[in-house]
Design a protein around this ligand. Sequence first.
Ligand SMILES: *Cc1c(COP(=O)(O)O)cnc(C)c1O
Length: 508
Amino acid sequence: MGSFPVTTTEFLNPLDHEEFRKQAHLVVDFLADYYKNIEKYLVCSQVKPGFLTDTLPDSAPTQPQPLEAILQDVQNHIIPGLTHWQSPGFFAYFQSNGSTANFLGEMLLTGFNTVGFNWLASPAATELEIVVMEWLLKLLQLPKSFSFSSEGGGVIHGSTCESFVCTLVSARQKKMNRIDSSKRDSTNLWSNLVVYCSDQTHFSFQKASQIVGINPNNVRVVQTTKSMNFQLCPNALLKLIKADVRAGLVPLYLCLTVGTTPTTAVDPLGILCEVAKQFDMWAHVDAAYAGSACICPEFRHFLDGVEGATSFSFNPHKWLLTSLDCCCLWVKDRSDLTKALATDPELLKNYKENEYSKKVVDYKDWQIALSRRFRSMKLWMVMKSYGVSGLREFIRRHVKMAQHFEALLFRDKRFEVVVPRNFATVCFRIAPLSESSTEEDVNRLNKKLLESLNGTGDVYMTHAVVENIFVIRVAIGATLTEEKHVNMLWDMVQKHANALLGSKELES
Ligand SMILES: *Cc1c(COP(=O)(O)O)cnc(C)c1O
C-alpha cells in the first residue's frame, strides 16, 4: 500500500489514435511547406562542424514537449544543417528522389511496424516483397532464371553493400561445397580466394570484401582508361585471373557495373560473364543507379548479357521515386543465399512443423540481419501510384534534360563533355585552353569552377577524377528538377567560367 510512485503527469498513451491523427497531420503540413519553400534554402548546407552538438542541450528533456515546439526546433536547428537532396538544384552524387507515393508507403510500413523475419511474422510483408520483385523482374526484362518461378528469386536489401556481402558469402560457401571435402583445407582456401572489380567499381565493394574477410592482397582492381570509356576490359581481366590461377589462387567473384559512379560507364556484361563462367566464378552485376533507366525499352540494351550473371542488383532508392533504403537483389539460385545465410533458431520454429514450412520464403535467410522492415510496401505504392507509364515518363524526362544540357555544352567550344553520356549524368569540364596548358592547370581551373558554382548555394554538384582528369558531374534526377533549373545551371556555368577564364587571360 502506498508503495507505487505517484506521478503528477497524466499517463501517456504513445499510440492514442486521436493524438496520432492530429500530430501526423501537423507533420504532413510541415513537410508540404518544406517542399513548397525548398528553393529558398542553400542546396548544400553551409554550417560548421559542431553547429548542432554545441547548440542543443546535452541531456534529454525530463518533461514531455509539445509537437509545435519540437517542429520549431526542426525549423530553427535541423533544417539549416540539411543538404537538400530534394531541391531542384541538387545535381550531386546520384540523386535519391522522393515522391508522395513513397512517403505514403513509408507511413504505412512504419505505422504497421512489423518485423517480418520469417513468413509467419507477417505473411503479407513476405508475399508483397515476392510480388513486387516479380513485377520489377518483368519490367526490367530480367531472364526467367532470376524468377521465383525458376530456381531464383529476389529480395530487398538496405543497400548495395549488403547485397555485396550476402553474395560474397554465398559465393564462398558455394566454392567450399564444390571443392572435394577430403581435399579441403578451409583456412588455406579462404585466404586464397580472389575477387575482381575495376577501378570504377563502387567503393562499397571494397568495404564488403573487407567485412567478409577476403584477403586484402586478393582484391584485384582492373585499371580502366578513357580511350575505352572506362569499361572493364575482358582481356586485362583474363590476364589477371590466369596469373592468379598459376600462382595457386582461387578466383571467386567478379563485380561488374552498369552505370559506374564516377562516369556511368557500362561494362560489357556478356563477354565478362563468359570469363567468370570459364573460371567457375560468381558474377554480380551492380546497376545501382542505371538499373532504373532500364525499365524503358530504349535503355534495356544496357543490361544485355545480364543473363550470364549469377546475381543482379539495383537501387530504386536512387532513381525510382523510392526513398532509402531499397536495394533490389536477384539471384539465379536462391539456395545459394539460404545455404550461406540460413539459421534455424528454436524461437522461430513455431510453424515449421506444419504444412507451410516447405512452401514459404523466410527472408531472414536472404540477408544479414534477422529483423527486417516491410520495404516492399513503399515500392508497391510507387509502382501502383505512378504505373509503368508514369515511371518511364519520369526517367525519360531526366534523360531529356541531360541531353539538353549536353547539347548546350557541345555548342560552347570552351567546354568538353569528357565521357559519352549514357543516362542522365553529364561529365564535363573546361577544356584545355591551349596546347601548352598542363593537365594540372586544367584540373585546378575546373576545381575552381566547381567551387565557385557550389559556393552560390543555388546548385550542388560533385566531381570525379578519372585517369587524372578532374570532371564535374551533373546528375540530373531530383524529382523537382525541371528544364528551367537546367537552364539556370547552364547560365551559371557560363557566368562563372567567364569570370574564371577572364582573369586567366589577364594573368598571361
Ligand atoms: C550508389 C552506388 C552504390 C551504393 O549505393 P547504396 O546506396 O549504398 O546502395 C553501389 N554501386 C554503384 C554503381 C552506385 O552508384
